[in-house]
Write a protein that binds this ligand. Structure first.
Ligand SMILES: Nc1ncnc2c1ncn2[C@@H]1O[C@H](COP(=O)(O)OP(=O)(O)O)[C@@H](O)[C@H]1O
Ligand SMILES: [Mg+2]
Length: 234
């Protein structure tokens, strides 16, 4: 049994359906990339996994348990952390306060988790008492990922972690993702940066206008010209 199984889900916003029969799986220990053009349905897929949205058909199973109808507060407790598109950090709060908010599920592990996050992102420790708004874009992204890690997730969902960052910071973010995975966290990442996503991922899926069109190992997808084509026709 895979750690995460998304099984033939349909998802709608009101009466507008945007996902059709979407399936994917993530094995424990893997990094899996979900690729696709703007508007393809990547964010919607992650929001359904983390409990922000409920599928109208199909199942989302985590460790075999159907979590499709579970609200996101409970999904976090099950061990899934979601780092949303656009960071959504509290710019007027300090870096430490932002991190502490990520540990609301189990505050007893706060110090241990802070240590883990500071180990991955030393810059956050150096600047722990500063307002989060004083961080650069790349550092704010690190903070958003760090906040996700504070709940000690088994599965980390990352939505466009590298979007809008300067190339050197993009490298930092992907390096951090690799380290997080090496330390035992399974990762499902959504990216428009095909090259870097397939560099750090074990496997990938391509979604186009709400339907899965391709899947394979990262090496297979990196060779497959249909991956890039799926970004053009959108
Ligand atoms: N809150 C919403 N209400 C209605 N439609 C939405 C909403 N959010 C996204 N959509 C639509 O759902 C489709 C998939 O969007 P999204 O999952 O955000 O794509 P991606 O993350 O791949 O860019 C798009 O057609 C988008 O316009
Ligand atoms: Mg998106």
């Amino acid at each position: 049994m895979a750690l995460l199984e998304v099984d033939s889900i349909d998802v709608s916003y009101g009466n507008v359906q945007v996902l059709w029969d979407v399936s994917l799986s993530v094995e424990k220990g893997e990094t899996v990339a979900l690729l696709g053009a703007n508007g393809a349905g990547k964010t919607t897929t992650l929001k359904t996994i983390c409990g922000d949205l409920t599928p109208t058909a199909g199942e989302v199973r985590f460790r075999g348990e159907d979590i499709g109808a579970m609200p996101f507060e409970d999904v976090v407790k099950e061990g899934i952390a979601h780092v949303p598109e656009g960071r959504e950090i509290f710019t007027d709060s300090s870096i430490r306060e932002n991190l502490e908010l990520g540990a609301y599920v189990d505050r007893s592990k706060m110090d241990e988790r802070l240590e883990t996050v500071y180990d991955i992102f030393p810059r956050l420790e150096e600047r722990a008492d500063q307002r989060a708004g004083t961080l650069s874009g790349g550092e704010q992204q690190m903070l958003a990922i760090g906040r996700g890690l504070m709940s000690d997730p088994d599965l980390l969902l990352l939505d466009e972690a590298s979007l809008g960052l300067a190339p050197v910071l993009v490298d930092d973010v992907f390096e951090a993702i690799e380290r997080i995975n090496e330390q035992g966290t399974t990762v499902l990442l959504v990216e428009q940066d095909i090259y870097n996503a397939l560099r750090v991922a074990d496997r990938g899926y391509v979604i186009k206008t709400g339907r899965m069109t391709l899947s394979g190992t990262a090496a297979e997808l990196a060779q497959d010209e249909r991956v890039e084509e799926s970004y053009l026709g959108a």
